[in-house]
Design a protein around this ligand. Sequence first.
Ligand code: GDG
Length: 531
Amino acid sequence: MSNPGSIGGLTVAWRLNAAGPFRVLRPYRNVEATAPCRTSIPEVSKQSRVALVKLAKGGRMPRLIVVSNRVADIHSSNAASSGGLALAMGGALKEEGGVWLGWSGKAIDEDDSPPHFETVGKVTLARIDLSRCHVDEYYNGYANRTLWPLFHHRTDLTAYEQSFRDAYLDVNRTFAHAIRSFVQPDDVIWVQDYHLIPLGRELRALGVDNRIGFFLHIPWPARELFVTLPQHADLVWSLFGYDLVGFQTDKDLKAFCDYFETELGAQPDEDGLMDLFGRRLLARSYPISINPSEMVELGRSENAQESFRRVREGNAGRKILLGVDRIDYSKGLPHKFAAFSRFLERFPERRGTASLLQIGQPSRSLVEEYQDVGDELVAEAGRINGRFGKLDWMPLAYHTQSYGRDALAGIYRAADVCLVTPLRDGMNLVAKEFIAAQDPEDPGVLILSRFAGAAEQLTEALLVNPYDNEQCAEAIAQAIDMPLTERIERWRTLNATINRSSLSSWKEDFMHDLRASKDGRHEAAAGVFSF
Ligand code: GDG
């Protein structure tokens, strides 16, 4: 709900804040009224181009070119920030050789830079610095204030600004030009996530005829909400620049197909192929996973043993409930705290017998809605501790520092119960990491939101509706009381599921289908297509 106004020459958009007892109006964005971002396309130097072409010739062809918003530091596998995507892409690239292109994370005063290349072994990292304006309007704007909230069904937080969309298209164009400068005929391009939906179309418009795949890490929204996006058809249509589009779950794929059926009267065939206006798109689901053996291996490390010991000793004689989430409104953290509070209220005899350890990794802190969630959690944790705490028991520990992946493996193993309760989530890798890290003889219990993509596969978890306080409080009690035989039985099934579809098989399945995909490409290369 926004209502643009003007204060002292600034355009100010207002949103309704429903957090408190009163609904107050406050600005969610302060931008100069005019000044769109400048958009000169950066040139890749001849020297860099020659070096890259040489590299391509020296390596095993064809190369994989991965493109994502950020390029991870794949040379440090234990970096606190290394998530599933970094590990998957880093692994694929190290194995096959190739290039990873994306934003460096730097905001500069000038226009977007050409990529800076860094090659280690068979992998070249290509990092682009973005102008401050683009960071604000593309990254903090269209990606994280428009697409992220909308795709997570938070239309109340979605900002529909033309300048955001313009910057989004600019940055996608910048990336496309950078790729065109070094792409070789047999290279396969794999584009990641919602930041880069139009990249395939931009590449086609530049005559890039390679195989190009796209994977969406977040959920695809319900049609009724998606159509609130101005120029929604253009965004969808731009996906026809790809040969293959992958979703996390069958549910997402279904929502995507529903859009075509209802808005355009088109339907995919049983293989997922869609023909529309003479172009062809293959759409399938590829649930992302983890490499379970990596989690088991990390669990044996010294840091894991140490964190395991410290968590257990700090909670001696008590059940340990654990949460590990990015601080994001989609993760349902305030709902989780409320469920824990309800658990303590409903079962007074259990006070002092269990503690919740919530690890919250700060993210997107320049976006106001994220600051709001962070503030709310600190206040709520204090309220719960103030209300229920005793001299020798703090019910809820809320940490915002990052842990190494090895330390995290030990923390997972030390927990009796893991609460993964997002309001909406593409997959959720924490749920899978927790299962993989457990002791097979004495495994913990997973409480999982039915709205996480992972719930489609992990049906032996205790599935809950995170909006239902009572049900979540009961699930906590059930998890704590669960007999060992039932815990083992559930865990075995969950672990078998995870082992059937690892991160490596996710990547291989997608790459296999992408390499096998054909045509549509040539028609797409021919034209500019937009609604
Ligand atoms: C998006 C989609 C989809 C967390 N704290 C620490 C830490 N983490 C790691 C976890 C896990 C990763 O971050 C979080 O992954 P999720 O899957 O839960 O969530 P998103 O970041 O929202 O990711 C999601 C995913 O993409 C992949 O497709 O599953 O649905 O939203 O790996 O372990 N890692 C370390 N220290 C921490 O303190 N090292």
